[in-house]
Every structure is written in structure tokens, then in C-alpha cells.
Design a protein around this ligand. Structure first.
Ligand code: ADP
Length: 559
């Protein structure tokens, strides 16, 4: 039998698994159960939409079977199974986005910690196994296959006569070593509590033979061991549960089970809508920026279910781009199972759900800003830029929805402030909202142009992000107050007397100014006498709508 080598990337990941020192090795079970559940989702969906497949709800289950004598733990599912090619592709390489994302994350950070927190699907079984055997038969396939590996020297695949469609994974549990005890994974009680802890919300029954002491007969005091098959999980999907029954940790473990991120969610909202359209949804705001968030690889979207059946893993139509960081699931009884990707975009129900979700997220963020400033600032630090792009894109169509979610650093408060807070603080004689653009707060602080505005006692918003000024140009004004750059030519902050004095000086130094203009030539458009400077001799200022900073950005853009 031919032995095949793992792809280089897989090898490295496996090495980390095999030598993992992480204490929470137990999460491998959650990973395998979750994959089993995904596989059942797929066949369940097919059975509901394809008349040629017979459908019986009792056929869909996961079975956990420990065997202490052989030191094996078997996880069987009645899911869609894998063909030979799929076995190679799925278990021999890291091709899927989940694992790939993990790998990149591991390279960026110190790996060990994250393995334990999140696992990476199938490979995490090598944290507890010295050998893993997979028996599988795909739907519509006569033949089955056996895949086996010790996680080090590659793997083998051979035909195997498997009676039913689905997958059976046999974990050959490691021997106990000095400080490592693996017996928990062979013990009914230990397994039962792990299933309860991590996989209670899985929608298919997780069955296990459990041996318990029971009275021998009705009126008999003698207890005997009775082995019975039990369903260990409650099976109610978390989004169908009542909010009151759930705790933060339940939402957190669902987030991790779903691999929504490598972090803990910063905040979640659980929505149940019963109006023009009915749906339940759990939405998360991640704490950390996904490593590929601002790249083209990033795919937005929510998991979409039709009455408990998964129909799409990433439904992009449910989220506007400016909320693309939101992860989560939506389940609606008003959606047809047969809905195709193309129709989805046009679907009235989907549009209604999307609109509703957008509103919920927006309100949630607003209330976070109001009630938990620290959390909101953490959020804004990661995703604020996306909101500013949102203001800027689509020709400002969404600016009204987003403007109250923006924060900028303030010259007087020395922290992030909202536009509303700025306007509320404005002295009576202040007409505009002032901003200054630069590379850093420090740099802006030193700009000659800020002096006069500050002297008037006016607050200045500091723009350090390239998109800031573009977004503001789209907003134009807030609460009827126009935005004005401290560098713009017509600040008009002088009183009458100094205006007169300036005119006089301009006349007196006419020749000097025109000489300077001549010497500088094309480098400047004009040389003017300025009234806004105090401790600095000169400053550059822009005329018209495009500031010097914006010009820099525009010049860097590809044509
Ligand atoms: P990921 O999906 O995050 O890459 P895995 O490495 O666990 O994680 O799985 C790789 C792929 O193998 C899965 O996406 C799935 O297609 C397949 N797979 C894993 N377990 C099963 C299973 N029990 N039944 C069918 N397919 C499975």
C-alpha cells in the first residue's frame, strides 16, 4: 500500500498538534463533532431538496463510542461522507479557509496558545491520538475508503467495504505519560460532560451507550449495571433558545465552535423577529481585526438557515459592506430551502432580513457607544476605518446612518470624540467644525495652521487616517455645521481690525510677495501674507476642495 506525504503546510500544523503542550486538548472532540454535524447538514439538505433520496429524520445522528480495552474512541456520523479525492484533498492538505486562516494566524502569533483555544478541525485529533483511522463512504458511492495516519509519516488510503454512507473516525488514544492523562477521552462520564460542555447545541442527536446502575426489578433494591443508548445533547440550536436561558459563555463557545474568529467576541446580539418576516439571529462583533480583513481575501457574510437547515455558509447579501466585520447566523422559517444563490439576491424576504439586521447592528453599536465607551473604542480601533469607508463609498448614500458612529481624536479633549459631542461643546461664536490632517497626533499638534484656531478656543479634530478627510468631504456638514480644514485658505477668523491691518501690510509688501512668487515659480500657486500665523514664519495652505494631504493620497492611487 502506498504511503502518501502530507502537504508541507499540513506537516507543520500537524507537528504543532502532535507536540502540543496545551492543556485544553479536549477541544478536539468539539472539532470532530462539529465537522460531523456539518457533514450531516450537507446530506440533510440534499435529502430535503432531492426526491431521489429517501428521508427519515431518525437517520441523522452522531455516535460516540469509547473502548477502554483498545484505547479507541469512535466518532461516527451519518453525514455526506467523502470520496477518495475528497479524502486526499480534505485530510492531506490544508486547503480550506478555516485551517488556512489558522495557519496564517499561527505564523503571526505564538501558535501554542491558539491551538488550544480553537483547534483546527480534524487535525486537532492528533493532540490526543497516536493514530487516527477514518472510514468513509460518500453519498451515491458504492465504495468506501479507509484513511490512516500517525500524523507524522504521511497517510495511507485504501478501499474499504463500508456498509453505510457517512464517516467513522477512530481515534487511537495516546498512552498516559508522566503528566499527561488521556483516560478522560475513554471514559463515558468524561465524554458525556465534554459533549454537554461544547456540543450541547448541535442540532442532531449525539448518541452514546451509557452504563448506569439501575434497580434490577420494580420492587427490587438490588442495583445492576444497565447499558442504554442515550442522547447526550439538548439539540436545541442556540439561536432558538431563550436569551434568558443563555449566558455569555454560551455565546462565546458557539462563536468558537463556528470558528467565527480567533478571538473572543467583543459583543453579541441575539435577535428574534416576528413581523413582516420571521427570523432568529445571533450576531457577533469580533474583538480583533481578522488578519485578512482589509485584503481582498476577506469574505463577508452570515450563515443562512432555512428553518434549521443550513443553506449557505456565507450569505453576503445579508450584510452591507460597512458592517462586513459582523459574523453570525440567521435562521428564517420564511425562506425556501431551494433558494439558489442567484435568486437569493432578489428575494424579498432576504432583503427584509438584511434591512432588519442592518438596523439592529446599527442600534447595537449606538448603544455600545453610549453605554460602554471603552468597548466601543476597542471596536472602533479595529473597525472604525470600515465605517469611514462606508461614509465615503456609494457617493455618501449611507452617511446619515453612519455619521453618529464615527470618532475622531480631539485637540482639546485629548481622546476620541464623536461629532455630536464636538458640536455640543462648540462655543456660540464658532461656526465650523475644524479639522487638521497629518501623519500623527504629534505632527498635527505642531502644525502652524492649528495655532490660531486653538487660540480662539476652538476644538480641532485630528485626522490621521487617509480615509478621514475623504469621508468628511462626503459628509460636508454635521448638524448644519460645515467641516473646515485648518489649512484651508479662507478661515476667516480674524476680527475687523486685524483684517484692515492685513490689507495695509499686503499693500506695503506687494513687491516682496511677487518677487517670492517669481522665485518659487511653479512650486506654489500664490504667495500671500497670512494673518493666521503666530509663532511660525510660514505655512503651506491649500485652496479649493482638495487638501494637501488628500492630494498626496490621490497621487499615490493607481490611475
Ligand atoms: P476545515 O473545514 O476547517 O478545513 P477540517 O480539517 O476539519 O477543517 O476538515 C477538512 C474538510 O474535511 C472539511 O471541510 C470537510 O469537507 C471534510 N470533513 C471533515 N470531517 C468530515 C466528516 N466527518 N464527514 C465529511 N467530511 C468531513
Amino acid at each position: 500500500m502506498e504511503k502518501k506525504q502530507f502537504q508541507a503546510e499540513s506537516k507543520r500544523l500537524l507537528e504543532m498538534m502532535v507536540h502540543s503542550i496545551y492543556s485544553q486538548k479536549e477541544i478536539f472532540l468539539r472539532e470532530l463533532i462539529s465537522k460531523a454535524s456539518d457533514a450531516i447538514d450537507k446530506i440533510y439538505y440534499k435529502a430535503l431538496t432531492d426526491d431521489s433520496i429517501s428521508f427519515n429524520k431518525d437517520d441523522y445522528y452522531i455516535r460516540i463510542q469509547p473502548n477502554k480495552d483498545n484505547r479507541t474512541l469512535t466518532i461516527k456520523d451519518t453525514g455526506i461522507g467523502m470520496t477518495q479525492e475528497e479524502l486526499e484533498e480534505n485530510l492531506g492538505t490544508i486547503a480550506k479557509s478555516g485551517s488556512l486562516a489558522f495557519k496564517k494566524e499561527v505564523e503571526m502569533q505564538d501558535g501554542q496558545e491558539i491551538i488550544g483555544q480553537f483547534g483546527v478541525g480534524f487535525y486537532s485529533s492528533f493532540m490526543v491520538a497516536d493514530k487516527v483511522t477514518v472510514y468513509t463512504r460518500a453519498l451515491h458511492n458504492e465504495e468506501g475508503y479507509k484513511w490512516e495516519s500517525d500524523g507524522q509519516d504521511g497517510y495511507t488510503i485504501e478501499p474499504y467495504n463500508k456498509e453505510d454512507v457517512g464517516t467513522e473516525i477512530v481515534i487511537h488514544v495516546k498512552e498516559n505519560a508522566e503528566e499527561e492523562n488521556y483516560d478522560e477521552f475513554l471514559d463515558e462520564f468524561g465524554l458525556k460532560s465534554l459533549i454537554k460542555k461544547y456540543s450541547d447545541f448541535i442540532r442532531y442527536p449525539i448518541k452514546m451507550d451509557v452504563t448506569e446502575k439501575q434497580p434490577k426489578g420494580d420492587d427490587d433494591d438490588e442495583l445492576v449495571d444497565v447499558t442504554e443508548e442515550q442522547t447526550i445533547n439538548s439539540m436545541v440550536p442556540i439561536w432558538r433558545k431563550n436569551k434568558q436561558e443563555l449566558q455569555d459563555k454560551d455565546y462565546q463557545s458557539f462563536y468558537q465552535e463556528k470558528h467565527f474568529g480567533f478571538d473572543k467576541p467583543l459583543s453579541h446580539l441575539h435577535v428574534s423577529v416576528d413581523g413582516m418576516v420571521r427570523f432568529q439571529s445571533i450576531l457577533y462583533i469580533p474583538e480583533q481585526l481578522p488578519f485578512n480583513y482589509y485584503s481582498q481575501d476577506f469574505e463577508k457574510g452570515l450563515e443562512l438557515y432555512s428553518n434549521g437547515v443550513l443553506i449557505m455558509e456565507k450569505c453576503a447579501d445579508l450584510l452591507p459592506d460597512y458592517f462586513s466585520f459582523v459574523r453570525g447566523i440567521v435562521d428564517s422559517e420564511d425562506l425556501s430551502l431551494n433558494i439558489s444563490r442567484e435568486i437569493l439576491q432578489q428575494d424579498r424576504q432576504v432583503k427584509l432580513i438584511a434591512k432588519n439586521i442592518e438596523k439592529k447592528i446599527s442600534n447595537h453599536l449606538k448603544s455600545l457607544l453610549k453605554n460602554d465607551r471603552e468597548k466601543y473604542e476597542k471596536f472602533f480601533d479595529s473597525f472604525g476605518r470600515q465605517l469611514k469607508y462606508g461614509v465615503y463609498s456609494d457617493f455618501g448614500a449611507n452617511k446619515d446612518k453612519l455619521q453618529d458612529l464615527l470618532l475622531f481624536y480631539s485637540s482639546s479633549e485629548k481622546k476620541l470624540v464623536s461629532l455630536k459631542e464636538y458640536v455640543e461643546r462648540m462655543p456660540e461664536d464658532q461656526e465650523h467644525i475644524y479639522y487638521a490632517t497629518g501623519e500623527s497626533h504629534d505632527r498635527i499638534e505642531k502644525l502652524p495652521q492649528t495655532e490660531m484656531v486653538k487660540d480662539k478656543g476652538y476644538e480641532i479634530l485630528y485626522f490621521t487616517d487617509e480615509v478621514d478627510e475623504f469621508a468628511i468631504k462626503m459628509l460636508l456638514n454635521y448638524d448644519d455645521k460645515e467641516f473646515k480644514s485648518v489649512s484651508s485658505g479662507d478661515l476667516n477668523l480674524e476680527d475687523e481690525e486685524s483684517k484692515k491691518e492685513a490689507e495695509k501690510q499686503k499693500e506695503e509688501h506687494k513687491d516682496l510677495l511677487s518677487d517670492m512668487k517669481e522665485i518659487l515659480g511653479d512650486k506654489v500657486k500664490d504667495v500671500k501674507l497670512s494673518t493666521r500665523l503666530k509663532s511660525h514664519p510660514v505655512c503651506l495652505s491649500a485652496e479649493g476642495d482638495v487638501s494637501i494631504e488628500m492630494e498626496k493620497v490621490l497621487r499615490q492611487m493607481p490611475d
